[in-house]
Ligand binder design. Structure first.
Ligand code: ATP
Ligand code: MG
Length: 643
């Protein structure tokens, strides 16, 4: 008992010493005693006492004010007041003021010791209570923290996992854990049968029980949840028959609500004990039920999207075209069987969502994917490692990305090559007899007189043979340029070549009353090219403008330099080219649908132009509006930028 500390602040020495030496110390208490407040204060700070005894007067003044401060500072320390026999303060007043007891001089040892014991026991009880309360507070706080953590955990699961079974099992486990229930389950409405079935359950349920569990929808409690969309709580002492096969004492049913419809309930119960559930439990169950509803809805949406995707994929897998879809960040969204085969991507490799660059190695395909940002559909040819050639149609789709569909055109390419070879051989072999025909026709009037009609016939033969020769020359040229035989190039000034070409057309333009506009600066940057071919290119373009533009129209030839390139444009205000024909006019033998049948031509001119331009590392395209006119634009690299 020596660690029980009693502080005596008593001005009267005799009483103080009596209490200390005769009563308290012998009883085993540790006593500090003083007559003044200053010393008392330092003792209070140094070693707070378990009990205090104050005399009514200290330092010549009433102790009441100081006592009040003491009650506030040490609310669990009993303070006794020592009063004289003639004091005005009664024992009742003292207790009302907050003192534990009031002792009157002369003091009786036995009474004092009894009071001290009682006071200390009281103090002990107060402290116990406080400890208990604190412990309760802490554990309920801990419980709450655990509950919140469990909810947070489930929240994370719901957003990060798509496996519905694990999510729902985790939800039921958390519900049981948070509510300290004996068991829990998640029941869903079976739309087909109108019954509740068990979708997930706590560990204590047998698998067969879960799978065979069925509860009619009109079960009174479930029906109430379905009707009100609010949690239902059973909190009775007598076991209630809730489920068909067992009794429960207490339970919570929290509704799973999707689009204002109850699709199931999350349930926890006590079967053995009659432990009740708190308001907080109901609230947490509702939160968990909401999570389950979200998870179920997510899974349903995912399943639907996935089945749509699978359907689309099997369609795309079945078709003969290779198809690749990338999103706007160039991540693979779809790649079908043919495309995997073509680009050597193993069927089992999971590629969706990965960057195209990580999956695809083919350099030309990567160029298509990354180097261009097309806004309109474009075309390109891709040669695969095994020599096959694919024709790629690249279609940008807003909000989706790029769709690349590819057809194998190896066979067509081969046909094209055979055809070119054939045309080349035949044209070559035709040229000699044609030269012979022309030669002999020219000789006819030298060997004897011819009449006018004969002369006319001879002229027609000559024109026809010239036409055939021109055609054959075109074909041979094309063959040569395409075969890459045309490699001779020199530094040339396009303005000079253009001028020659224009001069060659001047008379014909005047004859057809076509106005000619020329805007070609002399100081165009030089280009590296074949002057004969460049002239041929201009002749074809100006020739077309002349041929297709009706009398009185206008033809213009312009050039300028821009960004290390020379840009040449040949325009007219003729009939224009129908949009449907425009993609094909550079193909061999193609003529637009609006060309009158009697307009001479074979559809080779622009094919030659395109071959020449490409042979010079340039680009050519057409802009044309029906009834308004046509502009051909050619871009050729100027000498500095090309080399
Ligand atoms: P050729 O082989 O004699 O040049 P062509 O002129 O018909 O015959 P291309 O020069 O290749 O062949 O032109 C292809 C087609 O493009 C033409 O048939 C015509 O329909 C269209 N075309 C070309 N240039 C023009 C133009 N300036 N105005 C309208 N249509 C044009
Ligand atoms: Mg032409």
């Amino acid at each position: 008992m020596s660690d029980t500390h009693i502080l005596l602040v008593i001005s009267e020495a005799e009483t103080r010493l009596f209490l200390e030496r005769t009563v308290l110390s012998p009883a085993g208490y540790f006593v500090s005693s003083t007559a003044d407040w200053n010393t008392a204060e330092s003792i209070l700070q140094r070693n707070p006492p378990d009990m205090v005894v104050l005399s009514e007067q200290i330092d010549g003044r009433s102790c009441l004010e100081k006592a009040r401060l003491l009650f506030q500072r040490f609310p669990f320390t009993p303070v006794c007041l020592l009063v004289d026999r003639d004091s005005e303060i009664t024992a009742i007043q003292a207790v009302r003021l907050g003192f534990y007891d009031c002792w009157q001089v002369p003091l009786k040892s036995a009474e004092i010791l009894q009071t001290v014991e009682r006071a200390l026991a009281q103090r002990q009880r107060w402290l116990e209570q406080v400890r208990l309360k604190t412990r309760q507070g802490t554990s309920s706080l801990e419980e709450r923290m655990n509950a919140l953590e469990a909810i947070q955990r489930i929240g994370r699961k719901v957003t990060s996992m798509l496996d519905l079974d694990s999510i729902l099992s985790a939800v039921v486990d958390a519900a049981v854990e948070i509510t300290n229930a004996e068991e829990g389950s998640l029941l869903l409405v079976d739309e087909m049968t109108g019954e509740f079935y068990m979708r997930a359950a706590s560990q204590n349920f047998q698998q067969e029980y879960i799978s065979s569990f069925r509860l009619p929808i009109h079960d009174p409690l479930l029906a109430e949840v379905l009707k009100t969309g609010k949690p239902v709580v059973v909190d009775g002492k007598t076991p209630q028959k809730i489920k068909t096969s067992y009794l429960v004492h207490t339970l919570i049913y929290a509704p799973l609500i999707v689009q204002e419809r109850v699709i199931g309930v999350l349930e926890v119960d006590h079967r053995q004990s009659g432990k009740s559930f708190s308001e907080q439990h109901i609230m947490l169950m509702s939160a968990l039920a909401d999570y389950s509803a979200i998870a179920i809805e997510n899974a349903r949406l995912y399943a639907r999207t996935e089945s749509e995707r699978k359907k689309l994929e099997s369609i795309l897998t079945g078709i003969e075209e290779a198809v690749i879809v990338v999103d706007e960040d160039r991540r693979l969204a779809l790649i079908n069987r043919k495309a995997r085969e073509a680009f050597g991507i193993p069927a089992e490799a999971s590629v969706y969502g990965r960057r195209a660059r990580e999956v695809i190695q083919h350099p030309d395909l990567l160029d298509i994917l990354f180097d261009s940002n097309p806004t309109i559909p474009t075309r390109a040819e891709l040669t695969l490692d095994d020599g096959r050639v694919l024709n790629a149609q690249i279609t940008p789709l807003r909000g989706i990305g790029l769709v690349i569909s590819m057809q194998d055109i190896t066979y067509l390419k081969e046909l094209d090559r055979i055809k070119s070879d054939f045309v080349h051989t035949v044209s070559h072999d035709l040229r000699s007899p044609l030269t012979a025909i022309l030669g002999y026709v020219e000789l006819i009037d030298r060997v004897g007189p011819v009449n006018d009609q004969q002369r006319e016939f001879i002229h027609r033969v000559q024109v026809s043979v010239q036409n055939i020769t021109a055609l054959i020359n075109d074909l041979l040229d094309l063959g040569r340029i395409e075969a890459g035989f045309d490699t001779r190039k020199e530094v040339v000034q396009l303005s000079t070549i253009a001028q020659y070409a224009i001069d060659g057309f001047k008379n014909r333009l005047v004859e057809k009353s076509l106005e000619l506009q020329v805007d070609i600066p002399d100081d165009l940057p030089k280009i590296l090219g074949n002057p004969v071919r460049l002239r041929q290119m201009l002749n074809n373009l100006i020739g077309n403008a002349h041929k297709y533009t009706p009398e009185g129209g206008c033809v213009s030839v312009k050039a300028h330099a821009e960004g290390g390139q020379v840009i040449l444009q040949v325009s007219d205000n003729g009939p224009g080219i129908p949009p449907a024909d425009q993609p094909y006019i550079f193909d061999k033998f193609y003529r637009a649908s609006n060309v009158p049948a009697d307009t001479p031509g074979t559809g080779l001119g622009l094919a030659i132009v395109k071959s020449i331009v490409e042979n010079h590392l340039g680009r050519v395209w057409v802009d044309s509006t029906l009834g308004k006119g046509t502009t051909f634009t050619i871009v050729l690299p100027a000498i500095d930028s090309a080399f």
